[in-house]
Design a protein around this ligand. Structure first.
Ligand SMILES: [Zn+2]
Length: 655
């Protein structure tokens, strides 16, 4: 709220001060595209500090056409001082407010000229990430916004153009209660492409994530994949931002490969229906009770950890979708117990070669639903707890939340720390037209605060939905960095800056309506009612329709609004399918089989049209819909009821 209140204040100041931007307490950085400011850093060699200076230079240049020099001696000229708090001069440190408690913090002071002392802006970070966040905060106060990765060339970042740039005097300090805010961008899964992966990394840092989550592909050797991250420049990009790397996530099959060991040691692999099988989809997890298998696995983890120095949290998760080994010993000991035994051996081994490395595995998910009941969980064991398919209609703090007991058990078991995997940004698990999940974000944040949870993981999937779910990714990044921010304020700020001051207030109301009623998006996917259809029709009439007219003459704003409108049209179509289904069922139950049959034939055509709309949206490649999902999950959802209904009508079933 603090930052946003200031943005509004700035807007009113600018309005009151007129075009030259001068104000009694304002510090002017650029006047008529000219500036005598420069940027200096007493800790340019520290990770993050140099990047922070260059980001400030780059965006001020984009805004005003004026490029501030970096380095040199300011003499009697005004200056930005950017760097680690600990490396600043005593005099600069004295200007700063005390640091806020927490992680990745920063302090900023904007001091006007006084007598012969020139104006000075000091941006100090507790670490490199803090320095960079301090610069982004300052740029946001000047009107810059980074709501989306720059994956759509037709939709640039929000950078206001102005001949003069000024800021009100003041000072402030911010830090995060969350130690790890991990962005598992959709381009950081499986076979990665460096260019879009970099765009997501850039955006994640701006949205205040401090780590990228990497999900390895299922077949390439891990050291080779890590080398690809290096060759694609991504490790260097992380380093210059002082960002961390988390991964390789689901990867057990690569750490005990069937190709390497199955022939000579079939007993190392999992038993399924009486046969030893590899760690593949129709296979099983390897035999976690086999001591030799665990030893070889641990050897291979150690070899990989030595070759992957930039991994900060080594997250090792059994291959996805696999059941546990069914041998007598594994069944007797229990999957969770054995997983924790295995991981404990890994942690002990890595203590020597990588004492800095944090080790995490999964809990509440897959083969390890319940916490271990007999195994001694290693005190340094971290757990990433995941509730796939969670409905984001309430926070973890809500007493109605049905998996709270499991979460609480794992939280207490994971003495090395727990990371909560969030699916706010997963259109596979969550609806295709998503609400902003602000209700859940606020409740989750309260739960984190109550329980001292300090790590969150944002799973973004699949890649074809990147624009669709980035708003939730942005809101979560900002809200989990700074707990004082209201996600509703952020929503209105988003609407105002992204869609412009004319359309902004209406679209702010539009997004808030979806946000306040998160059940709506789940009903739109599966089972809407007349009241939902009325609500969307009302939104179109009162909000979207007028907005489309307001932005018609601005091609960029019209383009952005068109993305919102396309998803709204999709929601209306899905709800019309539900209306037709309900009507056909009503007729059948009333014994009106002929009429029901006639309407069903029309629904076959209509659902084809809805699928055609999905394909059309996917083919726009605007990040709205993932094309690969249309012929599979989406078709099943839209069409499967037709066959069941046809059978019921043919059978004269009135149930
Ligand atoms: Zn076994």
């Amino acid at each position: 709220m603090r930052a946003l209140a200031l943005v509004c204040l700035l807007a009113s100041l600018a309005a009151a001060a007129g075009d030259d931007g001068t104000h009694a307490d304002a510090v002017t950085i650029v006047t008529a595209r000219k500036s005598d400011w420069r940027i200096v850093s007493p800790s340019a060699a520290a990770p993050g500090a140099d990047w922070a200076s260059r980001e400030l230079q780059r965006y001020l240049h984009q805004m005003s056409g004026c490029e501030l020099p970096i380095g040199g001696r300011p003499g009697s000229k005004p200056v930005f001082v950017i760097g680690l708090r600990a490396k600043l001069s005593r005099a600069d440190r004295a200007l700063l407010p005390p640091p806020a408690p927490g992680y990745d913090g920063y302090e900023v002071v904007v001091r006007p000229a006084a007598g012969k002392t020139p104006a000075r802006i000091v941006i100090a970070g507790e670490n490199g990430r803090g320095v960079i966040y301090g610069v982004y905060d300052l740029l946001e106060r000047l009107g810059c916004r980074w709501f989306y990765p720059t994956e759509d060339a037709a939709d640039p970042e929000v950078v206001p153009r102005q001949d003069s740039v000024s800021l009100p005097a003041g000072s402030w300090a911010v830090a995060s209660p969350m130690k790890f805010r991990i962005c598992n961008g959709s381009e950081w899964f499986f076979e990665m492409q460096p260019a879009p992966a970099l765009k997501q990394l850039e955006w994640a840092m701006k949205a205040r994530y401090n780590a990228m989550g990497w999900q390895a592909d299922t077949h390439t050797r891990l050291d080779q994949q890590y080398q690809q991250l290096a060759d694609g420049g991504l490790l260097a990009e992380l380093k210059k931002r002082d960002m961390m790397l988390h991964g390789p996530a689901h990867s057990f099959n690569l750490l005990l490969r069937a190709e390497d060991y199955m022939t000579n040691h079939p007993e190392w692999f999992g038993l399924r229906d009486g046969k030893r099988v590899p760690q593949t989809f129709a296979g099983a997890q390897f035999c976690w009770s086999n001591r030799e298998a665990r030893k070889q696995f641990t050897d291979n983890v150690e070899a990989f950890a030595r070759r992957a120095p930039q991994i900060h949290i080594l997250c090792l998760v059994p291959f996805d979708g696999g059941r546990a080994c069914e041998c007598e010993q594994c069944k007797k000991e229990g999957a969770s117990n054995l997983l924790m035994l295995l991981m404990g051996e890994v942690i002990e081994r890595l203590k020597v070669c990588r004492p800095d490395l944090l080790v995490e595995t999964v809990g509440g998910y897959g083969a390890a639903m319940d916490p271990p009941d007999t195994a001694q969980i290693h005190p340094q064991q971290r757990v990433v707890w995941a509730h796939w398919g969670r409905g984001y209609t309430m926070g973890y703090d809500d007493d109605r939340y049905d998996r709270k007991a499991n979460l609480e058990k794992w939280r207490r078991a994971a003495r090395g720390g727990i990371t909560l995997c969030q699916y706010y940004t997963d259109n596979f698990a969550e609806p295709w037209v998503m609400s902003p999940f602000t209700v859940a974000m606020e409740g989750d944040r309260r739960y984190f605060q109550q329980k001292g949870i300090d790590s969150v993981y944002m799973l973004m999937w699949p890649r074809g939905y990147w624009w669709n779910h980035s708003l939730n990714g942005y809101l979560a990044g900002r809200c989990f960095y700074d707990f004082s921010l209201s996600p509703y304020d952020l929503l209105h700020d988003y609407a105002w800056h992204y869609f412009g001051p004319e359309a902004g207030p209406l679209l702010g109301d539009y997004f808030e309506a979806w946000a306040r009623d998160p059940e709506l998006c789940y009903r739109v996917r599966g089972d809407s009612r007349d009241s939902d259809r009325t609500a969307l029709a009302d939104q179109r009439k009162r909000l979207l329709g007028p907005v489309v007219k307001l932005v018609a003459s601005d091609s960029l704003l019209a383009y952005r609004v068109s993305k919102v409108e396309k998803l709204h049209i999709l929601a209306e179509h899905l709800m019309e399918v539900h209306r037709q289904r309900d009507e056909i069922q009503r007729l059948r139950r009333a014994g009106e089989f002929e009429q029901a049959r006639a309407l069903l034939a029309k629904s076959r055509t209509y659902t084809d049209e809805v699928l055609a709309l999905f394909y059309a949206l996917a083919d726009l490649k605007q990040g709205l819909i993932e094309r690969q999902e249309v012929p599979t999950f989406i078709t099943a959802n839209v069409k499967n009821w037709l066959e069941e209904e046809a059978k019921a009508i043919a059978a004269g079933n009135r149930d």
